[in-house]
Design a protein around this ligand. Structure first.
Ligand SMILES: [Zn+2]
Length: 246
């Protein structure tokens, strides 16, 4: 099973291509293609820059029937930010939807992707999540591993730390909602998640923060943002496929 298959089935996109003349592996996701399985010939154009992400480079000839539909512009566009499982595909654009997903992940196996550019080949780079305890989310070319138990522990700690900050009565300042210099959902800011200079934490508390993965920090940022989680509506797309481009 590959990520593109989970998403294709969730979006009711049938596999595409012609019967493969020989046994091989999908150039993109790396899964085995049997002789006769639907596949598309791999013929990258001059703008293809993802060679170092290919799943099979030994003899790159074919793309599997489930990765093939996502080479079309319309399917590529519609699979940039989503999570998908056997119950459907759902958008991951809005913070309130991302928060809902983190707090209510679907039954595994599922796939979660968020592109960090306007349009990206992202699906075939994405591993499948097989446990709610370790959510794998492909953020552009970065793979995030998210352990919600650790994230919830860090979130509770943020609230504890913020509650300790003394705000003088009569001032217009409100207690902060997090103890960091700044947060950054894209995680490019060098100072993001550095603790504010006026915040005091003990060693045990520091250890909780220092044990977080990049993915845990990303999820913590989503939880901290002051928005109620909202269940996203399923994605339905126009099945008319456009010409295959890569
Ligand atoms: Zn494939």
């Amino acid at each position: 099973m590959q990520a593109s298959r989970i998403v294709a089935e969730a979006l009711e996109i049938p596999p595409a291509g012609d019967p493969c003349p020989d046994e091989t592996n999908c150039v993109l996701c790396g899964i085995k293609i049997n002789k006769g399985d639907l596949a598309t010939i791999f013929s990258p154009g001059p703008s293809f820059t993802d060679a170092h992400h290919l799943g099979y480079r030994e003899k790159p000839t074919h793309i599997c029937g489930y990765c093939s539909p996502f080479l079309s512009a319309v399917n590529l566009r519609n699979s940039q930010k989503l999570f998908a499982s056997k119950v459907g595909a759902f958008p991951l654009y809005k913070t309130e939807n991302k928060k809902w997903f983190l707090l209510n992940p679907p039954e595994p196996p599922f796939v979660a992707v968020i592109s960090d550019a306007k349009i990206q080949h992202i699906l075939w780079k994405t591993p499948i999540t097989r446990s709610k305890e370790l959510i794998l989310l492909q953020l552009g070319n970065r793979l995030l591993s998210i352990r919600m138990a650790k994230v919830k522990q860090a979130f509770a700690l943020c609230q504890t730390i913020c509650s300790r900050i003394n705000i003088k009565k009569g001032t217009k300042f409100k207690p902060p909602i997090h103890p960091f210099v700044r947060m950054d959902m894209e995680m490019w800011e060098p100072q993001c998640y550095a603790l504010r200079a006026d915040i005091k934490v003990n060693l045990d508390e520091m250890e909780i923060f220092s044990a977080l993965t990049l993915g845990d920090w990303w999820a913590l940022t989503i939880l901290i943002i002051n928005k109620e989680p909202v269940k996203p509506k399923p994605i339905t797309i126009n099945k008319e496929s456009e010409s295959v481009t890569i």
